[in-house]
Design a protein around this ligand. Sequence first.
Ligand code: NAP
Length: 417
Amino acid sequence: MGFEHIKMPEQGARVTVENGRLKVPDEPILGFIEGDGIGVDITPACMKVWNAAIAKAYGGRRKVHWAELYLGEKAAGIYGGNYFPEETLEAIKHLNVAIKGPLTTPVGEGFRSLNVSLRQTLDLYACVRPVKWYRGVPSPLKKPEEVDAVIFRENTEDVYAGLEYQSGTEENRKLAKFLREEMGAEFFEDAGLGIKPISAFGSKRLVRKAIQYAIDNNRSSVTLVHKGNIMKFTEGAFRKWGYELAAEEFGDVTISEEEVWEKHDGKAPEGRIVIKDRIADIMFQLMLLRPAEFDVLATMNLNGDYLSDALAAEVGGMGIAPGANMADHVAVFEATHGTAPKYAGKDMVNPSSLMFSGCMMFDYIGWHEVSKLIENAFEKVVGEKVVTYDFARLIDNATKVPTSGFADALVAAIERG
Ligand code: NAP
């Protein structure tokens, strides 16, 4: 496959898909996008940590060959002003697995968010956000160690699908007329109108991914989060399709919460993943008061958007929250914060969001030893109160280090084992 500006490493091989499963060579080529703003600080720092952990875990038996891909401002400099080069998308599809720093969305007419464009172009329909507390990290909860959940948020449908009609426009008037005259709908004059599509296809592929994740990672439950009590044919349908999918495709490894109570006196049989559902608003309360009861969460777009940030705040905030956007097999891991332009190039910010997104990526390709080493090193270093400025604000008597210093401390902890 020929590229204009992307240089594929000469060694290594790409991750492929066989019989619906990833096939990962010992020396995979993985894509990385440095990212704008603080991308120049966090990406090299994370590379150091990731490579050190791989070397420690496998002593040369396994190695990543990194292929730099371009999006955002760096792409614009290379591709004559194009922030979103086609060959980067081709390279991501070719490699299947990539990780990216944050990207600036240029302000002005005609620019779509690069992140939204990336999701839509590659049909990355699941936004995956693990929420887990690490020892030493400041948290507002009394028992943050009870939080260990993974949110699967649907990325393509819901009120975010872009079907909105501005008050006062011809399109709005047409739709309002149709709804009133043909469907008998009643609403205030000149209301802005939005449409909330939720399909069986979109819901089922998201729930399928969440259940498969639960199986692959020995998780005990998948909770469908919805407002089906109010929006019966969209959110209620998501719940119904979720249960249907679980029974149809994973009937031998899942069990509904209802059946657990009816037939097993409230205790799930060994080896079965419990499928349950909760109303979205109560879910926020439960994740504050009884987080230990929840494991994998499957949500629609809007509920998942709110829930992801709220839960991230329980375990240290956006500065350390990792994430990924996934299609059936293509997966793009990413820092969940933005480009923080005021800190760009100052070697100050916390690299942990991108670093833990890297851990998710290594778990995704089955290299669990790497992520474990990094997580242990993180708890050790943060436990010694060696932190970047953001955590230093929250921890008494902390030693404040730059981004690169934090990475060096992690590498030293990894090498010590
Ligand atoms: P932001 O870049 O996330 O920064 C907001 C604040 O969050 C920072 O000022 C800083 O807070 C804190 N922060 C962010 N990253 C941090 C890190 N690694 N370590 C420590 N603190 C961190 O949000 P924004 O200022 O709203 O957006 C800036 C640009 O980023 C925009 O162009 C936006 O479009 C883009 N963006 C991109 C993505 C993405 O690529 N996924 C996501 C969101 C936004 P303090 O100043 O309080 O220390």
